[in-house]
Design a protein around this ligand. Structure first.
Ligand code: E4P
Length: 217
């Protein structure tokens, strides 16, 4: 499974990248807005640091605007992936960009039918939003399972990014469901490698070691 970081914060990316855990980045307009810097500056800095795909989202809602923005985004760095909303205009733009060989990530996917449409339109990545579905008492992970099966049935090359991840269970379940990628908020990462029994175990080993070391030989 590939790990993407769902952040636009370069500090966060650098901290996790040193552990060898970062295969790519996803951003969205809300995450970029939090940085208080220019979109281009943020994306180019991330792209220069990360050796992997970096999703940057269009703002336009009309296909024509999306395509114009996509043309610019694709010039910013070779590893930019154009993130498009799951709408009719987004699908049109996705189809056109895939024809031009530009990588796309169709975002805000909340049903299997939407995911199937994105794959059919040539999306490189499709992003089902698990947490936001769970928030409305739906089953976000079932969407990942369904998409994995559907896309597998027909041999689509589109990769599934399990997005809107909120907890460790989401990452584990997405891996079990066979999602190609999990995009994880930086704040959640320590919870993935920490466990209270690990901490207790270390403490006990050290105290046993120190007590033994104090004993006369
Ligand atoms: C995915 O690409 C999105 O940026 C992200 O996962 C959205 O997550 P949220 O629902 O926590 O905002």
């Amino acid at each position: 499974m590939k790990f993407f970081l769902d952040t636009a914060n370069i500090g966060e990316i650098k901290r996790v990248a040193r552990l060898g855990l970062v295969d790519g980045i996803t951003t969205n307009p809300s995450l970029v807005a939090k940085e208080g810097r220019g979109f281009k500056e943020v994306v180019q800095e991330i792209c220069a640091f990360v050796d992997g795909p970096v999703s940057a989202e269009v703002i336009g809602t009309k296909a024509e605007d999306m395509l114009k923005e996509a043309g610019e985004l694709a010039q910013w760095a070779p590893n930019v992936v154009v993130k498009l909303p799951m709408t009719e205009d987004g699908l049109f733009a996705c189809h056109e960009l895939s024809r031009r060989g530009i990588k796309t990530n169709v975002t805000l996917v909340f049903s299997a039918a939407q995911g199937l449409m994105a794959a059919k339109a040539g999306a490189t990545y499709v992003s089902p939003f698990i947490g936001r579905l769970d928030d409305i008492a739906a089953d976000g992970m079932q969407l990942v399972r369904d998409l994995k099966r559907m896309l597998g049935n027909y041999g689509f090359e589109t990769e599934i990014i399990a997005a809107s991840i909120r907890n460790v269970g989401h990452v584990e379940q997405a891996a079990l469901a066979g999602a190609h990628i999990a995009t994880i908020p930086g704040s959640l990462l320590p919870a993935l490698w920490k466990h209270p029994l690990t901490d207790i175990g270390i403490e006990k080993f050290l105290s046993d070691w120190n007590n033994a070391a104090l004993q006369p030989k």
